[in-house]
Ligand binder design. Sequence first.
Ligand code: SAM
Length: 352
Amino acid sequence: MNLNSISNTILDETSSFEQLCNALNAFSLLCSEATGVSPDPSFDAWADDALLDNGVAINPQAAAHCVVDYARSVAFIRGVSAAIDTLKLRFPGSSLEILYAGCGPFATLLLPVLGKFLPGELKLYLLDVHQRSLDSVQRLLTEFGFCAHSVQLIKADASTYLHPGKLHLVIAETMQKSLEQEPQFAVTANLAPQLCPKGVFIPQHIEVSMYMADLDHERRLMDYPRLENDSQEGGRAGSGQRRYRLGTVCSLSPEHAFDQLQRARENSTEVVPALEPTIVEITSIADISRFDAVLFTRICVFEHYRLKDYESQITLPSKCFELSDLVGGERFRVTYQLGSYPRFNFERLPKA
Ligand SMILES: C[S@@+](CC[C@H](N)C(=O)[O-])C[C@H]1O[C@@H](n2cnc3c(N)ncnc32)[C@H](O)[C@@H]1O
């Protein structure tokens, strides 16, 4: 499979999931053969990760492995392609200034569709903190014949980088589920204000919400979808799912991220800044022992390109282990902590 047919398969909305997986596997293979970067999940290896002030930048092999988070890659690649089409209409005749922050070694969210656009239509800035990733991308641009495109490779920290001029499009996927560990929040807060009016930031919105959920039951539903018609009691979040919504604990949008981060820096009494907290109350239910407090992450990549619960690694549920043995009526202060290891903190509040 060459890059052109990979691109066509990914953008074709009628492609089956199997065809999409095959196309992304082919892309990953082409890239690793050309660059020598081997995708590796590196789940328990911190080696080569960059521990930055605003979060962890995963190493090039782990970043390459993100390609096979299939639904994620497809939603983002289609979203990026659609966003560029939209921006071409919004800014006719302009060469679009595009910053791809955290491009990794394969520039996965853009490279598969770059061939759709003429060299003069785009000015690309591909940024990563890992030089090895930038070297790899340089090699791929040559390998795939994109030498005529205007591309600048930038080694920098995306959470502090200042671009010399306004951007039409920023692409940044520097996140894990429940916005833990990686610097998506700080990157968005820094880069979104550098867009021109009517510019686009991808992803357009990320929301983390807290629920009481029976994850064993949900897993069984996924194994045996026919059970979805089971009749269940109230408080459900979806067909067949037994969930009780406790609240939105973080809403990240390019329009508000900078102000939220500023407020966090000004108001936090702690050394590490934190967003304004949310108070949640555990719902009293009869079979509470079956439920966990769980964070769910939903992503709007661009317009209708979205990632829902369980669809990708970055929208998997994340159990709040600190809140085991839930007790109805208990209240918690939930705070998203920024700094070098972004994460949620939970503090039990005294009974009213
Ligand atoms: C989750 S990977 C995604 C790679 C690729 N964009 C993709 O979507 O497949 C995140 C990438 O962002 C880079 N990154 C994370 N934080 C960064 C930061 N603050 N500045 C620059 N690069 C960063 C990492 O080095 C890594 O290459």
